[in-house]
Design a protein around this ligand. Structure first.
Ligand code: GLN
Length: 253
């Protein structure tokens, strides 16, 4: 069956800590669900038709890549906003998550505008927030946990109209203070969780695929897959991180 069209933005520039593993997980899980997906690699500066995209993915990267992505996507801001409001699915990790907001202030004090697609802002602190992270997501009927790895100087503060993707159980999250992690607005999910995120969190991968199918007008329930290996990996990280003997590294310089 025809599955979602996935746009992978700047694969060579935004791929911190193997974030492209999220594309591999989405493609492989779609295949296991009997869905043929098409993955379109979007390069910097290229003309992009977001109308053909069902699920957009951007990974983390350094500030140079973040600025490049912002410059290029700024030209497509209205089209992106329209797609988001019609339900297009986005998964943005790390610096790609940050650039969806109003602005990003770097550690140097330089402030540069984000895409202003979602109501939040990010300000870099001096110490980096690094380590394994576990969060709890309450946006589905049944709560789920997410496990991953974070490494960011940015402190993100959510505004009105958006909700966190999850609540921090172990780790720093958006800013190390308010126990929020990531952002969720309609079908747009932003997160600091690298790892990559989806292979050890199969429920989120299937939620994204399900939403992308619905956006494409295909309302169907994806059958349960045998996720015994993925869930074993998930539970291992949970056990390590939630153990009383777990020592989280203090914010690194
Ligand atoms: N450069 C950004 C920061 O340090 C984002 C890093 C990332 O993508 N994890 O906050």
């Amino acid at each position: 069956m025809r599955g979602p069209t996935i746009y992978h933005l700047y694969p060579g520039h935004l791929n911190l800590y193997g974030d492209r593993g999220n594309i591999i997980a989405l493609q492989q899980r779609a295949r296991w669900h009997g869905l043929e997906t098409e993955v379109v690699a979007v390069q910097p500066g290229s003309r992009v038709d977001f109308a053909a995209c069902d699920l957009l993915f951007m990974g983390g990267g350094d500030e140079t890549a973040q600025k490049m992505a912002c410059r290029h996507l700024k030209e497509h801001r209205h089209a992106l906003l329209d797609c988001i409001n019609r339900g297009m699915v986005i998964l943005a990790i790390g610096s790609s998550y940050q650039l969806l907001g109003r602005y990003y202030t770097a550690a140097s004090g330089e402030q540069y505008p984000g895409l202003e697609l979602l109501n939040f802002y990010t300000e870099a602190g001096t110490a980096r927030m690094i380590g394994d992270i576990v969060t709890r997501c309450d946006f589905l009927r049944v709560p789920h946990t997410l496990v991953g790895f974070e490494n960011h100087a940015g402190r993100t503060y959510l505004g009105k109209g958006v909700r966190p993707l999850g609540t921090v159980l172990r780790g720093y999250g958006n800013n190390g203070a308010d126990r929020t992690e990531g952002v969720l607005y309609r079908n747009v999910a932003g997160s600091y969780l690298h790892g990559s995120l989806l292979p050890k969190n199969p429920w989120l991968a299937d939620w994204l695929l399900q939403r992308a199918l619905r956006y494409r007008g295909i309302a169907c329930r994806l059958p349960e897959l045998d996720d015994s290996i993925e869930n074993q990996a998930h539970r291992f990280i949970l056990k390590c991180c939630l153990s009383p003997f777990y020592r989280r590294p203090s914010p690194g310089l």
